[in-house]
Design a protein around this ligand. Structure first.
Ligand code: BTN
Length: 265
């Protein structure tokens, strides 16, 4: 089957944000599968309007344009498959480096990929909706590869790079090729129907850290402590706050220690 994702790859030295360029191409009618990658972003962005920072020629920063014939409620599956594909590509790169003590790779709700409990990759999914279907989706993926968080002390506590975990650099081109291949496979599964989407959800759920544990959730509406009970197929985090169960659809979670007496108030 001819591949969709990566059928056309455009590389730039410097852009504002690869997501901006992919969006512009989408608005101009570009077919799905286009990948825009850049060695440097001057206005790379993450969720909640945060900036995404990486030194030139060291990380992977790319955006993929998709036009899935699906309703907007399918957007969480797209985010889930992107996290899975990113984790799979990281795993393959690390395996091929032949590391004696390979780092632990996990997913963190809603869309981070962790190496040894620190963020190594982030995903920003942006959508455009027309007539109740997804007109297009831009998947923005940033992976910290060959730089060191020692140069970013403000991030070092919670972020890491592949090179920091392995102690040496890896082949970024091979990582990108692996990522696009895995994305293409998961996208095929996602488009195969409900069963494919359910399989993606179950795989994503099985790889999530923190479920069943006390966490702090930080959202634009404030900070709360509670238990990350489970996730649902629509991407919601089921969160136990005192004696009620609530759903969050976005936010950042960090693990908390169980308090003395074993109860979060
Ligand atoms: C996050 O963790 O908040 C998401 C980070 C997403 C960063 C990537 S880098 C490539 C693409 N272009 C952007 O401006 N952002 C995404």
């Amino acid at each position: 089957m001819p591949r969709t994702i990566g059928r056309k790859v455009i590389r730039y030295a410097t852009v504002t944000s690869t997501n901006d360029l992919a969006r512009r191409r989408a608005e101009d009618g570009e077919a799905e599968g286009l990948v825009i990658c850049a060695e440097e972003q001057t206005a790379g962005r993450g969720r909640f309007g945060r900036s995404w920072v990486a030194p030139p020629h060291a990380s992977l920063q790319l955006s993929v344009l998709l036009r899935p014939p699906l309703p907007p409620v399918a957007a969480p599956s797209i985010m889930q498959m992107t996290a899975l594909a990113t984790a799979a590509a990281l795993r393959e790169t690390i395996q091929s480096a032949g590391t004696t003590f390979p780092p632990q790779i996990d997913l963190k709700w809603p869309n981070d990929v962790l190496l040894n409990n620190r963020k190594c990759a982030g995903i920003l999914v942006e959508t455009a909706v027309e007539d109740e279907t997804l007109a297009f989706v831009v998947l923005g993926i940033g992976i910290n590869v060959n730089h060191s968080m020692r140069d970013f002390p403000q991030l070092a506590g919670f972020a890491t790079t592949i090179a920091d975990e392995l102690g040496h650099t890896v082949d970024r081109d091979a990582l990108q090729a692996g990522l696009l291949t895995r994305l293409d496979e998961y996208y095929g599964e996602l488009l195969a129907g409900k069963q494919g989407r359910e399989a993606i959800f179950e795989e994503w759920r099985a790889r999530l850290v923190m479920l069943g544990n006390p966490v702090r959730i930080n959202t634009p509406n404030g900070i709360e402590d509670g238990i990350a009970v489970d996730v649902e197929a629509d991407g919601a985090l089921l969160f136990r706050r005192r004696d009620e169960l609530v759903r969050f659809y976005s936010g950042d979670v960090t693990l908390l220690k169980w308090p003395e007496g074993g109860r979060l108030s």
